[in-house]
Design a protein around this ligand. Structure first.
Ligand SMILES: Cc1cc2nc3c(=O)[nH]c(=O)nc-3n(C[C@H](O)[C@H](O)[C@H](O)COP(=O)(O)OP(=O)(O)OC[C@H]3O[C@@H](n4cnc5c(N)ncnc54)[C@H](O)[C@@H]3O)c2cc1C
Length: 390
C-alpha cells in the first residue's frame, strides 16, 4: 500500500486548501460557521462544480480519485466547512438517480439537486418496519398511468421541509417480501400527504410522521422496475452509511476538545489519567477508521456505492461520535448543563459552541446515531454475514 502522496496529490491538496482558506483562514476553524458564511461557501461549491464531488463526472460530479476525495474532505473538515452542499438529494437520492434513474429522470431531477433548490426526505421506516424494513406495508396500487399510495411512514427526517420524498412502497404481497417492493418519488405537495412533528430528545424538530392518503404518483416517478425497489433501496443505504462515518468532522472535534481542555483552567480533567486515556483511545480508533475509509474508497469504482464495508464505517464512525460527546460532557462538568445552576453566572467559556450545539444537546442527539441509518445490531449482522461470511 502506497502511504505517501504523489506530486500531483500534494498539488491538489495545496489547491483545495487554498480554496478553503478563501473562506476560513487556517486556525479559524474552532468556531462553527455562521449562516452567511455557509451560504457563501455553498455558492462557491456550486460555482466550482464541487457540490456533489462524490458523484460520477458524467452526472455533475468531479471525477476525483479516492485520495483526492479524502484530501478534500480533510481540508473541509479542518475548517469546519461541509464538503458538499448537503441534504438527502446530494447524499442519497442523487447517487441513486445516477445509478438507477432513466435519462429522463436524471434530466428532471439532477439539476435541481445540484443547485440545491429541491429538498428531499426519505420515506423508508414505518411503525412496524424499521430494522425489518422489508415488512413495510405502505401500499402502491397501479391504476393506469399512476400509482395510488396509502400508508404511514415514521421518523422521516425533515419531511416538513421537503419538496419530494423517495419512498419504499408495497406493490405485491405474494412471494418473498423483498420482491414486492417498489421505489417511488412522491411530491410532498400532494393533498393526500400530512406531516406530524416528532420532537427529539434534544428538544428539536427534525423527525416526523407522514401519512399518505390516496397519494397519486405518476409512472414516470418510479425508479427501477415494479418490484425491484429493494435492490434500489439497498444501494441507497450503502451511500447513507458511508456518509455516517463522520471522519473529518470527528477529527476536528477531537482537536477542538483537546485544545479547549488544555487552555481552560478549573474544569479540565487533564490531570485525570482515565480521561486522557479515553481521549487517546478515540484518537487511535479515529486513525484506524480513517485508513479503513480510505481503503474502502480506493476499492470502490467511481460513482459506485461502496458495498457492505459501509456497515463497518457506519458502526465505528457512530461509536466515535458517541464516545466524543460523552467526553465533551465529562470535560464540561456542570458547565454542560442545559440549565443554569443556582447562584452561578452562565458560563462564557463553553467548549460546545465550537462544535455547534449545547453540550447536552449534542450528547443526547448522538444517542440516535447508532439507530438512524440502520441500528448497530443490524450493522453487526450484516458484517457477520456478508463481510466475515459467518
Ligand atoms: C435520528 C433518526 C433519524 C431517522 N431518519 C429517518 C428517515 O429520514 N427516514 C426513515 O425512513 N427512517 C429514519 N429513521 C428510522 C431508522 O432507520 C430506524 O429507527 C431504524 O432502522 C431502526 O428501526 P426501528 O426504530 O423500527 O427499531 P426496531 O427495528 O424496532 O429495533 C428495535 C431494537 O431491536 C434491535 N433489533 C431489531 N432487529 C434485530 C435483529 N435482527 N438482530 C439484532 N437486533 C435487532 C435493534 O437494533 C434495536 O435496538 C431515523 C431514525 C432516527 C433515530
Amino acid at each position: 500500500m502506497q502511504l505517501s502522496l504523489s506530486t500531483e496529490e500534494v498539488l491538489f491538496r495545496a489547491n483545495v486548501q487554498a480554496f478553503v482558506a478563501r473562506f476560513r483562514a487556517p486556525g479559524e476553524s474552532s468556531a462553527t460557521p455562521d449562516a452567511a458564511l455557509l451560504e457563501a461557501w455553498k455558492a462557491a461549491l456550486i460555482g466550482a462544480g464541487w457540490q456533489a464531488y462524490k458523484w460520477p463526472r458524467s452526472n455533475g460530479g468531479t471525477g476525483w480519485t479516492a485520495v483526492q476525495k479524502y484530501l478534500w474532505e480533510r481540508a473541509c473538515g479542518e475548517a469546519a466547512l461541509p464538503p458538499d452542499i448537503g441534504g438527502m438529494g446530494i447524499h442519497m437520492i442523487g447517487p441513486i438517480l445516477c445509478g438507477f434513474g432513466t435519462a429522463d429522470q436524471q434530466a428532471r431531477y439532477l439539476p435541481s439537486i445540484l443547485d440545491g433548490s429541491l429538498a428531499w426526505c426519505q420515506g423508508y421506516s414505518e411503525p412496524g418496519a424499521g430494522s425489518d424494513l422489508a415488512s413495510l406495508k405502505t401500499s402502491a396500487v397501479r391504476e393506469g398511468d399512476h400509482y395510488r399510495i396509502n400508508g404511514q411512514k415514521i421518523w422521516t427526517s425533515d419531511a416538513h421541509k421537503a419538496d419530494r420524498m423517495f419512498c419504499l412502497t408495497r406493490t405485491s404481497s405474494s412471494g418473498k417480501k423483498q420482491a414486492g417492493i417498489t421505489f417511488l418519488l412522491i411530491d410532498m405537495r400532494d393533498p393526500g400527504i400530512s406531516v406530524t412533528p416528532i420532537i427529539g430528545i434534544d428538544g428539536r424538530h427534525s423527525l416526523n410522521g407522514v401519512t399518505l392518503d390516496d397519494v397519486i404518483v405518476p409512472m414516470h416517478d418510479r425508479i427501477g422496475e415494479d418490484g425491484q425497489g429493494w435492490t434500489v433501496a439497498k444501494g441507497l443505504l450503502t451511500h447513507e452509511r458511508t456518509g455516517l462515518a463522520f471522519v473529518a468532522e470527528s477529527r476536528r472535534k477531537l482537536r477542538v476538545l483537546r485544545e479547549a481542555i488544555v487552555s481552560r483552567q478549573g474544569h479540565a480533567p487533564l490531570d485525570d489519567p482515565s480521561f486522557t486515556r479515553k481521549l487517546s483511545v478515540i484518537d487511535v480508533e479515529l486513525s484506524a477508521l480513517e485508513t479503513t475509509e480510505l481503503r474502502t474508497l480506493a476499492e470502490t469504482a467511481e460513482g459506485q456505492a461502496p458495498g457492505v464495508q459501509s456497515s463497518l464505517l457506519k458502526l465505528k464512525g457512530t461509536w466515535i461520535v458517541q464516545r466524543m460527546t460523552e467526553l465533551l460532557v465529562e470535560a464540561s462538568g456542570w458547565l454542560g448543563l442545559p440549565y443554569p445552576m443556582e447562584d452561578q453566572e452562565p458560563p462564557t467559556d463553553r467548549i460546545a459552541p465550537a462544535w455547534c450545539q449545547d453540550e447536552m444537546q449534542q450528547y443526547l442527539i448522538a444517542r440516535s446515531a447508532s439507530i438512524a441509518g440502520g441500528s448497530d445490531e443490524v450493522q453487526r449482522n450484516i458484517i457477520a454475514e456478508q463481510v466475515l461470511g459467518l
